[in-house]
Design a protein around this ligand. Structure first.
Ligand code: BGN
Length: 338
């Protein structure tokens, strides 16, 4: 029997209660078909707001780094018990304070890398931050993250990709550059693409990758801790490097504010991947205050154009000029012209 005749036979079987005049069974059968069809067509919309229900599987859905170590593996907050610990956010960190903090930040290696010394970290991440002229926020970010991440007992490196002054800011392209440059120098199976103005508020929001791409910042204070729309994938995203390559990274075409994150959501769905979100209480973020950027009026056209060519536009046609590469005390700085 060919696959298509098999399908026909199944459809006939489902409808058979109606033919056999068993009208009583006809209604539930049709109801069942209708529900399944609706569920498939609305799959994304239905699953999206409730995707945090996957949370109970959190520990098993995190993907550990490849390793031959079996002894003395670090325990992570949710593996001990969910943590209620809060780390204070200092919203005003000046240069002097940051220098003093650098002196105290235990074991942070030059370049902003850290790894636990007492146990073997199960997770290893590169955190990429696109950046330009947000010195105050970067200081707050570094001061917070080098206290927050060590408590999760993960191995990490903070990589700031700074764009030169000439053109409009291109968030997506800076992420692509951060990924390519990091893969050359300190590759990782897991990447976190992170805005500089977002501060996680729960220690249970593990900075590690899940089997599927994860939207970490799905409950931001400025959106009343709610998801503004289903296809949002901005702020903070964790992706396995293999998946990032599969979706061809971000688009390089979005200069100015808006669209590149929605475009990533499109790329992820086209690759047959799902977006995971943890429960709102875990995915809570505070957004640091800044002046609202002016949206790029051309973003809708770019989005439309890119949807036709995304497999040829992204990581595989990335070009940029590396202006400098520096290991700063609390982060790795990559300065580029894009
Ligand atoms: C959306 C923006 C996102 C932004 C969110 C949250 C667009 C659509 C362009 C095709 N999307 O409106 O880029 O992250 O708001 O601020 O503008």
């Amino acid at each position: 029997m060919t696959p298509s005749s098999k399908v026909l036979k199944t459809i006939k079987w489902i409808y058979s209660p109606c033919h056999r005049k068993k009208k009583i069974l006809c209604v539930p059968a049709l109801f069942f078909i209708l529900t399944v069809t609706m569920f498939i067509s609305l799959k994304i919309d239905l699953i999206c707001p409730f995707s945090f229900l996957l949370f109970p599987e959190m520990s098993s859905s995190l993907v550990p780094r490849k390793s031959k170590h079996f002894d003395n593996i670090c325990l992570h907050p949710y593996e001990k018990q969910l943590s209620n610990e809060r780390i204070e956010v200092n919203l005003n960190v000046n240069d002097l304070e940051l220098t003093a903090f650098t002196g105290q930040a235990e074991n942070v290696a030059i370049g902003g890398a850290w790894s636990p010394t007492e146990c073997w970290p199960k997770y290893h991440v590169n955190i990429i931050i696109p950046y330009r002229q947000r010195q105050e926020q970067l200081r707050v970010f570094l001061h917070y993250f080098h206290r927050y991440l060590p408590l999760q007992q993960i191995a990490y490196r903070i990589i700031v990709v700074e764009q030169s002054a000439e053109k409009e800011f291109n968030r997506g392209k800076l992420f692509n550059v951060g990924f390519v440059e990091s893969e050359k120098r300190f590759p990782s199976d897991c990447y976190i693409f992170h805005d500089v103005d977002l501060i996680p508020q729960s220690l249970n929001n593990m900075y590690a990758c899940t089997g599927m791409p994860r939207h970490l910042s799905s409950a931001v204070d400025t959106f009343n801790y709610q998801l503004p729309y289903c296809g949002i994938l901005g702020g903070v995203v964790a992706m396995r490097s293999q998946h990032f390559r599969e979706v061809n990274g971000y688009s390089n075409m979005f200069y100015g504010w808006g669209g590149e994150d929605d475009n990533l959501y499109f790329r992820v769905s086209q690759a047959g991947l799902n977006v995971i979100r943890f429960e709102p209480d875990v995915a809570k973020y505070k957004m640091l205050r800044h002046i609202k950027e002016v949206p790029n009026p051309a973003r809708f056209q770019i989005m439309e154009m890119d949807q036709g060519i995304y497999s040829a536009e992204g990581l595989n046609n990335l070009n940029y000029t590396l202006l400098s590469y520096e290991l700063k005390p609390l982060y790795t700085r990559i300065f580029v012209h894009v």
